[in-house]
Design a protein around this ligand. Sequence first.
Ligand code: SF4
Ligand code: SF4
Ligand code: SF4
Length: 153
Amino acid sequence: MSSAREVKSLLPGTNCRKCGTTCMGFAVRLLSGKAALEECPELEKAEYVAKRLKLRQILAERLAQTPTNFVIHEERCTGCGNCVDACPANVAMSVEVSGGKGGESKELVLKVEDGVVKVLNVKACRRFEEDSSEGRACNVCVESCPYRAIEFV
Ligand code: SF4
Ligand code: SF4
Ligand code: SF4
């Protein structure tokens, strides 16, 4: 799964600000769905054809992600359930989350299924529709994972 740094490495890197921000700022906006590739006129140049195609591929993959930009690196997740137990939104909804399986409630945010953590109810996540730039965003699941399998991009 792609990080803002990887996306930025595929951008022209001139920081010309024709898109209204820097290349890194544009990379973050692309990944959060707040900008489109067409807003970078530099990318239209022939020398960037290959990079533009790669960027399109990366952004298409992003469509499968949650509105909170929660990314699970499945190859690192062991299904241990630490994040399921620790998620404050989960805990507020179910006392059965201990054990890491997430109880039976369909309202839970995180649950281990088939040995990998899944996002079930993204709307209950404390990051949903929250402006993380104000520093209020929850980061408990990221911090509780010993394998660095969760990332918010
Ligand atoms: S318009 Fe393109 S090259 Fe210029 S700052 Fe934005 S992303 Fe970078
Ligand atoms: S960000 Fe917080 S509320 Fe959202 S899934 Fe992670 S621990 Fe739960
Ligand atoms: S994301 Fe991390 S803490 Fe959560 S189940 Fe997977 S390995 Fe465990």
